[in-house]
Design a protein around this ligand. Structure first.
Ligand SMILES: C[S@@+](CC[C@H](N)C(=O)[O-])C[C@H]1O[C@@H](n2cnc3c(N)ncnc32)[C@H](O)[C@@H]1O
Length: 173
């Protein structure tokens, strides 16, 4: 996966409320590092220690601070995502349906959620991701985050031909 920040995040940066941000399954932290370098206080959750190490090395190189927490998101009891604590919550290319209510509740009133992930079409047409359950059904992302105000939503092929769904949504005050 490219280590460039997500286009969606780059585009919405000017509209994001400043403050605390949570990156769920941050990988090597391309998005977490992007927000940290724009003054956000970022917490990143990730299971892969090598990815965390790569992220922290890059943070050091950039001279930014980031709180990278070694976390198994499957263990819902121990990952303890704080409620109404974050101005920005983002999750890119990680889908665990049991986690969605926790992600939703982590957003502060007035805070913004960004989510982007492959659609089922990507699996059916290319075989990647290999497991169907890691892809969204049509309109599923909207359903999963119903209750938040939609600021942007798109699903279908992007300019590179990838089938994905992208959501930016706000929790009401
Ligand atoms: C496709 S990568 C996306 C990384 C990042 N969000 C991005 O867009 O660059 C999915 C990430 O989820 C992490 N992951 C998978 N299962 C996890 C779990 N149970 N708990 C925490 N992280 C997990 C993987 O280690 C991987 O870094």
């Amino acid at each position: 996966m490219s280590q460039e920040p997500s286009q969606l995040l780059v585009e919405y940066l000017p509209l994001l409320p400043r403050g605390k941000a949570l990156d769920v399954a941050m990988g090597k932290g391309r998005n977490a590092l992007f927000l940290a370098s724009h003054g956000f206080e970022v917490i990143g959750l990730e299971r892969d220690e090598e990815a965390i190490h790569a992220c922290l090395t890059e943070a050091k190189r950039l001279g930014v601070h980031l709180d990278a927490r070694h976390t198994d998101l499957k263990d819902l009891d121990s990952c303890r995502i704080e409620k109404a604590a974050y101005d920005v919550v983002m999750c890119f290319y990680y889908l665990q349906r049991s986690l969605i209510p926790h992600i939703k509740e982590a957003v502060k009133p007035g805070g913004v959620l960004l989510y982007e992930i492959f659609l089922i079409d990507q699996h059916l047409r290319t075989g990647h991701p290999r497991r169907r359950e890691y892809c969204l059904e049509h309109n599923e992302l909207l359903r999963l985050f119903s209750g938040l105000r939609v600021l942007f939503y798109h699903e279908g092929q992007d300019a590179k031909g990838i089938y994905k769904a992208s959501l930016v949504a706000q929790r009401s005050l």
